[in-house]
Ligand binder design. Structure first.
Ligand code: C5P
Length: 215
């Protein structure tokens, strides 16, 4: 039987990760945070002593990406920093990096692990490129100021120097790079439902997302 696929896209700190995880728990589907794959490529490039704009280092890191690495606690923590997010958006603009990890994402959707009956993938291009035939598509957004406040609250515990203004500037730079790149730019798929979470609590956003998925 064909497995169900739900695509959840949107900009940084829009709430898409939280909603995708909640939806996965609700339906008992497998969940893949595709942003973590680009973050892992970027982190491996940096740890090799290269800059994220080094195309050949980024392509090599993408071709050798080991998904198991994402579960190692120290690596997983380093994935979440603002610096890694920004570096991820630089490696993600490289078409060969995207091509190298496309198949693994599609395979996750088509044959989700642990015998699950469906998969939820969140990212920027799931509804448009990775799983264009997904059964349901959401594009989650929120005003940039609201997203910056959410992300700042998440990150300030780890990095006391971080200011809200810096986080907002990073988010705006990332939005521009992700929406402006030539290959698989961040974009709402024509058949995706738009959900703006700016003025919603997590519970309200989840209820709205669930109603859209259940159609
Ligand atoms: O979602 P997250 O903030 O973890 O994503 C980090 C970066 O990875 C994004 O800014 C984007 O450049 C890239 N990305 C992407 N396509 C995806 C998921 C993430 O280009 N499907």
């Amino acid at each position: 039987m064909r497995r169900k696929i739900i695509a959840v896209d949107g900009p940084a700190a829009s709430g898409k990760g939280t909603l995708a995880r909640r939806l996965a728990a609700h339906f008992d589907y497998a969940y893949l945070d595709t942003g973590a794959l680009y973050r892992a490529v970027a982190l491996n490039v940096i740890r090799k002593g290269c800059v994220p704009g080094d195309t050949s280092a980024a392509v090599e890191a993408a071709q050798n990406l080991d998904m198991a690495q994402l579960d190692a606690p120290e690596f997983a923590r380093s994935l979440r920093t603002a610096q890694t997010g920004l570096a991820a958006s630089i490696v993600a603009a490289e078409p060969e990096v995207r091509a190298a990890i496309l198949q693994a994402q599609r395979q996750f959707g088509e044959t989700p692990p642990d015998g699950k009956q469906g998969a939820i993938l969140d990212g920027r291009d799931i509804g448009t490129t990775v799983c264009p035939n997904a059964d349901a598509k959401l594009f989650i957004t929120a005003r940039a100021q609201v997203r910056a406040e959410r992300r700042w609250k998440e990150l300030v515990g780890e990095d006391k120097e971080l200011t809200l203004a810096n986080v907002l500037a990073d988010i705006e730079a990332r939005d521009a790079r992700d929406a402006g790149r030539a290959t698989a730019p961040m974009k709402q798929a024509e058949d995706a439902h738009l959900l703006d979470t700016s003025d919603l609590s997590i519970e309200e956003a989840f209820a709205a997302a669930l109603a859209l998925v259940n159609g």
